[in-house]
Each structure stands twice: as C-alpha cells, then as structure tokens.
Write a protein of this length. Structure first.
Length: 192
C-alpha cells in the first residue's frame, strides 16, 4: 500500500473569517486579535485545538498566512497553529525563508511549545509575538514540552524580536473555554 500524501487543509471557515475580519492590520494588538479570533473560532467550529497563529508582513501589516491547530482532525501530531502558519506562508510566498521578501512577524495565541519554539529560527521570521503564556496552556493540561527556560533570549540572540503578553487575557480565556467545554487534551499518550 502506498504511503499517503501529507496534505493538511485549513478548515473551510477560514476564508470567510479572513473576508470578515480583513487581511491588513496596522497595530500588533489588531494582528494578535486576528490570531486569537482564529483560536476561538477553531474551538467554536470544532475543527481543532484552542490555538491560532498568523504571519503578517511586519511593515505593511498584510496577512501572509493564517494557522490553526489541526492535530486531532488531521491526525498529524505536529499540526500546531504556528507550524501550519509557517508552512502555509512558505507556500504562499514560494520560499522557505519568510524573511526573503522583507521582514515578517509570527503571532501565536499562546507562547510556542518546544517544537514551535524550534521552528521559529528555521522560518526566517523577524519577530515572534505571543499572547497567553505557556503556563496558561499547562494550567488547562497541555504539555508544552522540554523548552529552554530562557527561550526568549535564545531567539533574541539570533536576532529575532520576542514580544510577550500581547492580549494575554483574551487568549487565556479561549484556553479556559476549551477546557471548560470538555475539549480533548491531545498530549501524546494521554488518550490511550
Ligand atoms: Zn507548538
């Protein structure tokens, strides 16, 4: 039997969401609101975990690519929102280096897990902007993996700007809502 192609599709509602909310935002608060809104919509529609991400051009605020967590529906353990946004942005721009055509920013509704942290330097983005802290994700049961204690400095030492706590409360309330609604906590081995 041939192996299947790896294809992870965004949920259908994303196009409408972008249509409704726009694809260009002047401020970091607005760009983060877009990413948190993706997380909220992802749980409202039942299409994945409570995490959203987006990549914007730093200087214009134009959306390059959205991302949502698709681990459960896609049966892809690495389909975290940041990974989806990075992968999609590369396909949109036709290059793996998301800094090749000018600086870009990655917005994450929750601080990156160990894997997503690792993906940031490979992506070529100039800036990482986070809302909820990883302790907020851990508080509802998600495993964030073996992250460096000083992960911010590790990125900054590579010239990547890190901005935290942008609309933390709004993102945290999405995590809490997911947990209160009985959302699946899909850590490896947790549901056997
Ligand atoms: Zn992750």
């Amino acid at each position: 039997m041939p192996f299947p192609v790896i294809a992870v599709e965004l949920p259908d509602w994303i196009e409408d969401y972008v249509e409704q909310h726009g694809r260009s935002f002047a401020t970091r608060h607005q760009r983060m609101a877009f990413a948190i809104g993706l997380a909220a919509e992802n749980i409202a529609r039942g299409t994945g975990g409570p995490f959203g991400a987006a990549i914007f051009e730093r200087d214009t605020g134009n959306l390059v690519a959205p991302g949502v967590n698709l681990v459960v529906p896609s049966a892809v353990a690495v389909a975290h929102a940041e990974i989806i946004a990075i992968a999609l942005a590369g396909r949109v721009r036709g290059t793996f280096d998301l800094g090749a055509d000018g600086p870009t920013e990655l917005y994450a509704s929750t601080e990156p897990c160990a894997m997503c942290f690792g993906s940031v330097p490979w992506s070529g983005v100039s800036t990482l902007v986070c809302a909820a802290r990883d302790e907020d994700a851990r508080a509802v049961g998600f495993d964030e993996g073996p992250k460096l204690d000083d992960w911010r400095s590790a990125l900054q030492s590579r010239g990547i700007e890190v901005v935290c706590d942008v609309q933390r409360d709004a993102a945290k309330s999405v995590l809490d809502r997911y947990a209160e609604g009985g959302g699946l906590i899909y850590n490896a081995g947790a549901n056997r």
